[in-house]
Design a protein around this ligand. Structure first.
Ligand SMILES: Nc1nc2c(ncn2[C@@H]2O[C@H](COP(=O)(O)OP(=O)(O)OP(=O)(O)O)[C@@H](O)[C@H]2O)c(=O)[nH]1
Ligand SMILES: [Mg+2]
Length: 478
């Protein structure tokens, strides 16, 4: 029997969680900002830059509280949720600005950090009430986890049918065949034998992982936690695979056990994440590595569009899934950001924004975002390039990472180059047709030199980051 997508206890849990949030926020209001995106989208860099900019009072002319001189300062504070890993801000900043600047490691878990902002309110009473404070809780979580939401309303049989149909598609990587072969060689009605479950789960995971590799760049296959198991690695809730129906399977069979584990995955992985973390967010930024998909070609672009529309489904209201009705009530602003805009010249930034708009448009049209306001921006949380002109061409200047290759040249990580990154299509729809986008795309080292803010302090250079910040938190600092 399929489980109901949410239970009364979940709802009570969410209601109590929200009450507790409200109670603990009576003295200082708290704004919970979710930062998400598919892996490598730029979450860690975005949050590091966000905190750094707030702590140092960065160069942020488009961030009204700072531009109006009302922003007093910020400091890091202890997070109230002692069980959630802390966002490793200091390590990430050290990686970016230390002796040999490099990009920080990939992260695989949810993490959180609280920063307390002090500001002068514009309200009439601010004259006698003094400066105001706001707790900003920043939550970093993998976008892949959002792709799990649809599983809540699927039974094991329904999910298996979908997953097996996809594995059978011609475009599936060779690992899909290996998984299907392992499945064909297994009697799922036989009594449960753990090595069989482990073998199938391993073959299925290998197939999911291969779908994500750069050559395929597919991003949409749940269960999200199979590739990012965290503490649950090896646990029964993660040791299952889709199976075709088997009418002769009885209780105690491999089939019956894996079906139970699929339900366990919902109970110990999906529901707790949505209930304890997602449901408590007030604002959300969705980071999208649009340029990587453009560079990989139309199939990757189409896949990214599908993944985004699945992710955005989590922010919709009125869907059949009762979970959504509870969680989408709270998020009132969603910002879509095309990251790493410093890989193209500023003359292309408006086009990049238009492309991102197009990528989220279909999902946005279908969706009513629960009254949430949405906006799109092309940004670089940390600008790794400068701009210049070579023979009338608009170029970007930066140091490619060691091992990066372009046109038969391999870079050594110390040579600065001027690169013509190519033009983005003027008509966003062109990105879906082959041969229309020709980008020169290289990974650059982080900036070797920092910017200076109005007071002369060193700050990280960025592109349009202040606009993002203003949309996400500016109105809370009024
Ligand atoms: N030039 C440039 N590169 C960026 C920027 N943001 C991210 N990158 C690049 O993208 C890579 C991934 O960024 P992260 O912030 O680690 O991405 P993430 O979403 O946290 O990735 P996971 O932790 O693996 O999920 C970095 O190592 C950089 O190479 C940016 O603003 N400019
Ligand atoms: Mg990260």
């Amino acid at each position: 029997m399929p489980q109901p997508p949410t239970t009364i206890t979940d709802e009570i849990g969410i209601a109590l969680g929200n009450l507790a949030d409200a109670a603990s926020g009576t003295l200082t209001p708290t704004l919970r900002l979710g930062v998400t995106g598919l892996s490598r989208a730029g979450k860690t860099i975005f949050i590091t830059s966000l905190i750094h900019n707030l702590l140092t009072g960065g160069r942020l002319p488009g961030f009204a509280p700072l531009a109006e001189g009302r922003f007093i300062g910020a400091k890091l504070a202890e997070s109230p949720d002692a069980s959630i890993p802390r966002f490793a801000y200091e390590q990430h900043l050290e990686a970016l600005t230390g002796k040999t600047p490099h990009w920080p490691e990939s992260t695989r878990r949810i993490s959180q950090l609280r920063i307390v902002l002090k500001f002068q309110s514009q309200q009439w009473w601010s004259g006698w009430s003094g400066p105001s404070t706001l707790n900003l809780d920043i939550v970093d979580y993998p976008g892949e986890w959002l792709l799990d939401l649809p599983l809540l309303s699927l039974s094991f049989a329904e999910w298996s049918a979908q997953a097996l149909a996809r594995a059978n598609e011609a475009s599936a990587p060779p690992e899909a065949k290996a998984f299907l072969a392992a499945l064909a060689a297994t009697d799922t009605a036989a009594p449960m034998h753990e090595p069989d479950a482990e073998r199938l789960a391993a073959a299925f995971t290998a197939y999911l992982r291969a779908s994500r590799a750069d050559t395929h760049a597919l991003s949409t296959l749940p269960p999200g936690r199979f590739l990012m198991p965290g503490d649950l690695e090896g646990s029964p809730a993660l040791t299952f695979a889709p199976l075709p129906p088997n009418p002769s399977a009885r209780a105690g069979s491999l089939h019956a056990t894996l079906e139970r584990r699929f339900e366990a995955y919902k109970d110990v992985v999906i529901r707790p994440f949505f209930r304890d973390h997602f449901a408590r967010l007030d604002r959300q930024i969705v980071l999208v590595d649009t340029l990587r998909a453009l560079n990989a070609g139309p199939a990757a672009v189409a896949d990214l569009e599908t993944a985004l529309s699945d992710i955005l489904a989590c922010f919709r209201q009125g869907d059949a899934n009762p979970f959504l009705r509870l969680i989408s009530r709270r998020i009132d602003r969603i910002l879509f950001a095309a990251t790493k805009a410093d890989h193209v010249h500023s003359t292309s930034h408006d086009r990049l924004e238009a492309i991102l708009n197009r990528l989220v448009a279909r999902a946005a049209r279908r969706a009513k975002f629960a009254g949430a306001e949405t906006s799109s921006v092309a940004l670089a949380a940390i600008r790794a390039t400068r701009e210049g002109k070579v023979r009338d061409l608009d170029v970007i200047i930066g140091t490619p990472e060691a091992g990066e290759q372009l046109d038969g040249v391999t870079y050594d990580g110390t040579t600065e180059i001027a690169l013509f990154p190519g033009d983005l299509p003027a008509v966003p729809d062109d990105m879906f047709s082959a041969g229309s986008v020709d980008l020169n795309f290289l990974r650059f080292l982080p900036p070797q030199q920092l910017d200076r803010n109005a007071e002369g302090a060193s700050v990280l250079p960025h592109i349009r980051f202040d606009r993002a910040l203003d949309f996400l938190i500016g109105d809370w600092l009024k």
